[in-house]
Write a protein that binds this ligand. Sequence first.
Ligand code: AMP
Length: 278
Amino acid sequence: MDLLKTIAAMRHFRKSASGKRIALVPTMGALHAGHLALMEAARKQAETVVVSVFVNPTQFGPTEDFARYPRDLAADTAKCESVGVSAVFAPESSEMYSNEASTTVKVAGVTEGLCGASRPIHFAGVATIVSKLFNIVAPDVAIFGQKDYQQLVTIRRLVTDLDFPVEIVAHPTVREPDGLAMSSRNAYLSPDDRRAAPRIFASLQSVRAIFRAGERRQSQLQRTLVEALHEVTDFQVEYAEIREQDSLRAVERPSRPIALVAGRLGQTRLIDNLALDE
Ligand code: AMP
């Protein structure tokens, strides 16, 4: 497996793999079993798998956890190697953003509301870095987790609107045995908060249960979600919403609804979602 630190080295690797189908898995490192599942899915999609490990400064707000975000490149590269990744692209910030950088990719519509409400610059940072990665790595296919659902919808919009020749593959959320969605940020949780955290997924499941029993009204589905989340000890809800899966629109009777949640347990911001027709 190659460890590539510069754009030039990544482009050279890409050239030497020309003719092969190449898959990209973008990550911020601190890799867990959720990320590894994306890499395994990537291996099924393509002969050559590239994983990017880059804690992207432009998607963090000034009061967010950029400085303390967990970083361990040696452990990350060992994990990538164990699942048959061909190359890890792990540039420094200065390699990706020159001091003169002045271009931002902004996706409207689907980035408004939900996480976009409390993280106003987040999705522009994501769309910009993903555009750069697509230009540098030139993958045929890229894998994104459903865990970050609004991000996934944003990337699909970006690829359609800017004609990136990249197929986007969504991977289901990988969970701990108790249901908590795996996240690099789970490491921040206190033991008490870690015990409470699986109730977030249980709340999403309770909404799915009433959907399966025939409830279709967005207002009722949302009320059930909010009430279930009130029972999660110390969870400060940021949003709890029912939206249409493809467009993320809020409509009275969504045809394919998805429940989406964000909030804080202690200092840790957690997100999760569940498609109700799954
Ligand atoms: P991150 O390193 O948090 O930026 O995530 C990198 C990629 O892994 C994104 O496409 C995430 O959606 C995906 N991902 C993170 N956690 C999970 C999970 N628990 N299950 C599935 N995909 C995940």
